[in-house]
Ligand binder design. Structure first.
Ligand code: SF4
Length: 97
């Protein structure tokens, strides 16, 4: 019985340190997996911000601080606040210059 304990229980400091570091790594990986990505529900829905695919007055998404341009000036991009494809000529009530 005591032989089994000595073979499975960490007995020397180096071995304990390796096991402790492995445990910390597992916790870190598990925590990172739980952090939501931008594709998750962290972004607002278009409906909740009154998004429209046309300008509002002189304001449009391509001039907004939250706009992420697409492949060219006319292509849809994305938004740091609002989910989905965003028209550069669109607008929502979260517009920020
Ligand atoms: S916050 Fe609104 S106006 Fe600004 S880029 Fe996003 S959708 Fe367009």
């Amino acid at each position: 019985m005591s032989r089994l304990k000595s073979s499975t229980a960490p007995s020397d400091p180096q071995r304990r340190s390796v096991l402790r570091q492995g445990g910390l790594l597992l916790v870190a990986v598990g925590t990172a997996a739980m952090v939501p990505t931008q594709a998750d529900a962290a972004l607002l829905s278009k409906a909740s911000v009154q998004y429209q695919d046309r300008p509002h007055g002189g304001q449009h998404c391509s001039d907004c601080a939250y706009f992420i341009p697409g492949t060219d000036a006319k292509a849809n991009g994305s938004c740091r606040l609002v989910a989905g494809s965003i028209d550069p000529n669109g607008w929502c009530e979260r517009f920020a210059s």
